[in-house]
Design a protein around this ligand. Structure first.
Ligand code: CTP
Ligand code: CA
Length: 228
C-alpha cells in the first residue's frame, strides 16, 4: 500500500526510536565509530509519525534530515544514548533500538590530542565493554507492557548464516522482536533499500520485508501492532 494509505493505527501511542551510530572519543579530535547513517531509524520515526504515534527520535550522529513532527534528542556516545533512551522510554509504549551502539569504548579519553611518536611502537588502545542498552531495556521494562524491539545487522560467517546468528541473538537479548538485517556486499548500511527478517523473542520468523527503508519501517510497526 502507499505510505499515505496507512491507517493511523499508532494514534495515542508514544514510540521511542534510536538511530544512527555512536562515537566513543579517543581524544578531542578522534573517535571510534561505525558506518550507520541513521536512515533506517529515521524511516521508522517517519513511518510511526505518519501512523499517528507521538515519536521521540534519539539521534546519534545521524547524517540524513530528521522528519518533521518528531521530537529529536541528540546523543553522541553510547552512554549519552543510553541516558536519552531510558529517559524517553519511561512513558513509551514501544522502544526500537535501531542505533548501532559501540560494543566497546576506549577506557580513557585523552584531554589533549594524542601525538604520534615517529618511528615509535604502535599504540595499543585499551577498550572496555559498554552497557547493552537493548538487553537492559528488555530485562527492566521501564513501563509495564512496553514492547522492546532490536535490530541486528548480520553477515553470515563460518559459524552460521545471517538467520542463524539472528535467531541466537533474538534468544539472547530478551527483546520482543529482533529485526535481522543482512549487511555487507552492498546491502544495508548507507543504502536506500533493506532486506529484513523479523523474529520474535524465541527466534521464530514473524515477518519479512524487502524494499525501501520506509517499507521496512512499516513492516516493523505492523509486527509491533500484531503483538497486540
Ligand atoms: N545494542 C545496544 N547496546 C549495545 C550494543 C547493541 O542496545 N551496547 C543493540 C543495538 O541497538 C541493536 C541490538 O542491540 O538493536 C543488536 O546489536 P548488535 O550489534 O547486532 O548485537 P550485539 O549483541 O552487540 O552482538 P555483535 O555485535 O557481537 O553481533
Ligand atoms: Ca554490537
Amino acid at each position: 500500500a502507499l505510505v499515505s494509505d496507512r491507517p493511523r493505527d499508532l494514534e495515542g501511542r508514544h514510540v521511542v526510536v534510536s538511530a544512527g551510530g555512536t562515537r566513543e572519543p579517543l581524544d578531542p579530535v578522534r573517535f571510534l565509530g561505525n558506518r550507520s547513517s541513521g536512515r533506517q531509524g529515521v524511516a521508522l520515526a517517519q513511518a510511526a509519525h505518519a501512523r499517528g504515534a507521538r515519536v521521540t527520535l534519539v539521534a546519534a550522529n545521524v547524517d540524513v534530515p530528521v522528519p518533521a513532527g518528531v521530537d529529536v534528542v541528540h546523543a553522541e556516545t553510547g552512554a549519552e544514548l543510553r541516558d536519552a533512551v531510558r529517559a524517553a522510554a519511561k512513558d513509551a509504549d514501544v522502544v526500537v533500538m535501531a542505533a548501532a551502539v559501540a560494543d566497546f569504548r576506549p577506557v580513557t579519553s585523552a584531554e589533549s590530542k594524542i601525538k604520534k611518536q615517529p618511528g615509535g611502537a604502535p599504540t595499543v588502545l585499551e577498550l572496555v565493554e559498554t552497557v547493552d542498552i537493548l538487553a537492559e531495556l528488555a530485562a527492566e521494562r521501564l513501563r509495564p507492557g512496553q514492547v522492546v524491539v532490536g535490530f541486528a545487522a548480520e553477515t553470515g560467517d563460518q559459524a552460521g548464516s545471517v538467520l542463524e546468528h539472528g535467531r541466537a541473538k533474538a534468544q539472547r537479548k530478551g527483546a520482543d522482536l529482533l529485526v535481522v538485517n543482512a549487511v555487507g556486499g552492498g546491502r544495508g548500511f548507507g543504502t536506500d533499500v533493506n532486506d529484513v527478517t523479523i523474529l520474535d523473542g524465541s527466534g521464530a520468523v514473524v515477518g519479512e520485508a524487502t524494499g525501501t527503508k520506509i517499507e521496512v519501517a512499516h513492516a516493523v510497526w505492523d509486527a509491533v501492532l500484531s503483538r497486540g
